[in-house]
Design a protein around this ligand. Structure first.
Ligand code: NAI
Length: 363
């Protein structure tokens, strides 16, 4: 029996290509791993009547660890994001998104080493919405007005932003524990508490309380307003260490952070709960590149590095990371996105699998 069994969800769009590149690289390290392959997303709707069949969740519950490619959320069909549903169903309350510079990506900065710790289960992502023009929206609007809480235009759609003590507490604790375990110096809570007093304000209050509990940990704490954070991230990306944020700001700032390190093709991620962990890149399914063997699999491969570390296979993880570094530093066998940022043209770039071959050669 393999030492590790990992659920593999290839996803759709560029997902199958980049996950193939990733599994080839991981297997080439010699790690004893077996993939339990399951499908989710709109392609399985007809077969199972749901984009997230039970057996997918069962597989992850059994193996505890999964790695996935991106899954498209079709616009205008009834179902909500499979990615969000997965995080909710398995209570994967942390979305960990490290952003670190790797020379050779052509990024504007070369000294970035920050970690985004994004709350993954509540906030505007909770999916509690009331469609414009419905009876429910009308009732809610009337109820809000009857409470004297304010007026809402009758032709409004409404999305709720719940933020709880429970959700805030565990994510900020995660950020501190992560900082301690990884030799990090500072945790910054990012919010808009000056305006959103009862949601972000609560998040900030709880963050301060948790920081008090970690006062002797040696990890510094500060808080920052989200808009100012965006500006300072661009002006002084080297300032930042561990950032902990409510769901939506975490989502937006991780794309910003990806931009600082060379683009979405470079940014890995992990969804972590008390029991299960699901690894996936920050980016989506990039439909326009589907089946073209063009997408950059680095974010998926670096997500596998996070997974290998999680599985206790740190040596294999380091080897993969160093191989990726070597290929990017050399700059010969890189995908179109990296070639373009480096030279202004995609000429001379290689495909997804050829890039994986180059990584495998340097393991
Ligand atoms: P996206 O991240 O898929 O792509 C935006 C653009 O970024 C692409 O057009 C491409 O230019 C570039 N890009 C992304 N990944 C790349 C890679 N590996 N290599 C090279 N270039 C890359 O974002 P978009 O277009 O907003 O979303 C497409 C679909 O993906 C949507 O249905 C969305 O809901 C879904 N999505 C899924 C996620 C997940 O599975 N966790 C996360 C984000 C989006």
């Amino acid at each position: 029996m393999a030492k590790h069994t990992v659920t593999l969800i290839p996803g759709d769009g560029i997902g199958p290509e980049i996950t193939t590149a990733m599994t080839r690289v991981v297997e080439a390290t010699g790690v004893d791993i077996e993939w339990e392959r399951v499908e989710a997303g709109s392609d399985v709707m007809d077969k199972y009547g749901t984009p997230l069949p039970d057996h997918v969740l069962e597989s992850i519950r059994k193996n505890k660890v999964a790695i996935k490619g991106p899954i498209t959320t079709p616009v205008g069909t009834g179902f909500r994001s499979v990615n969000v549903a997965l995080r909710k169903a398995l209570d994967l309350y942390t979305n960990l998104r490290p952003a670190f510079s790797i020379p050779g990506t052509g990024a504007r900065y070369d000294d970035i080493d920050l970690v985004i710790v994004r709350e993954n289960t509540e906030d505007l992502y909770a999916g509690i919405e009331f469609e414009q023009g419905t009876e429910d929206a009308r009732e809610l609007i009337e109820w809000v007005e009857s409470k004297g809480a304010g007026t809402i235009r009758p032709d409004s759609g409404i999305s709720l932003k719940p933020i709880s003590i429970t959700g805030s507490r565990r994510i900020v604790k995660f950020a501190f524990d992560y900082a301690i375990a990884n030799g990090r110096k500072k945790v910054t809570a990012v919010h808009k508490a000056n305006i959103l007093k009862h949601s972000d304000g609560l998040f900030l209050k709880v963050a301060r309380e948790v920081a008090e509990e970690y006062a002797d940990s040696g990890v510094e704490f500060e808080d920052y307003i989200v808009d100012a954070t965006c500006m300072q991230l661009v002006l002084h990306p080297e300032w930042w260490d561990v950032l902990v944020l409510p769901n939506l700001y975490g989502d937006i700032l991780s794309d910003l952070a990806a931009g600082l390190i060379g683009g979405l093709g470079m940014a890995p991620g992990a969804n972590i709960g008390a029991e299960y962990a699901v690894f996936e890149p920050v980016h989506g399914s990039a439909p326009k590149y589907t089946g073209k063997d063009m997408a950059n699999p680095t974010a998926e491969i670096l997500s596998a590095v996070l997974m290998l570390n999680h599985l206790g296979e740190r040596e294999a993880g380091d080897r993969v990371l160093n191989a990726v570094r070597a290929v990017l530093a050399e700059g010969e066998h890189v995908t179109y996105d990296i070639k373009r940022t480096n030279t202004g043209s995609t000429e001379g770039s290689v495909g997804t699998q050829a890039y994986a071959d180059a990584v495998i050669e340097r393991l």
